[in-house]
Design a protein around this ligand. Sequence first.
Ligand SMILES: [Zn+2]
Length: 243
Amino acid sequence: MTEQLKPMPEDWRRALAVVAHPDDLEYGCAAAVAGWTDAGREVAYLLATRGEAGIDTLDPETSGPLREREQRASAAAVGVSHVEFLDHRDGVIEYGIPLRRDIAAAIRRHRPELVITLNHRDTWGGVAWNTPDHRAVGRATLDAAADAGNRWIFPELKERGLQPWDGVRWVAVAGSSAPTHAVDATAGLERSVQSLLAHRTYIEVLTDEDPETYCRTFLTGNAEAAADRFGGRPAVPFELFAR
Ligand SMILES: [Zn+2]
């Protein structure tokens, strides 16, 4: 029998999702977010960039504000009203102290028990190479979950009124090639399609298919691919790191 994914922990109230680009959460785990906000949990989004280098036919000055608007609409479709942008440069995000500090500051502001990010590993599994931005933000997020709780690592944050927050209990990585846990995607699946579809400009450039068909096929296929490891239920898998 295929090894089963465990259900994600449910004893938490606030989550902060930290990713590199507009659309990272929508390709990865918006169905899980919809289920969580339905249950009355607070979920906020933090994006390292505005995704301004993501559309070949649009220059960054045009693309950045447009993708920010699409990201806010996309978050609203799954019950998320709080979306922040860090303004690192799309495509060349550097793993390092400034990125860790920015994420730790957001964790101190939001005080989440659960932090979500996207695949920090080199590949998506097999030969599909991951992007440098995803690796940098994923790794910095895993690190910042601990940084946020240590008063001595970024003392300048305390000077800005941000008290240490040592309450992050888990970091859940979406899109990992080594998932351990999952969330039932059934209830949130349709809204996750609408959420991905909100990135309309990006998707219209990406595919010749009808955008709605493209989004539904992609997300349903992914959720069903995880079902044989989650009791036959369509699922959003996560690799869960506990603190
Ligand atoms: Zn991305």
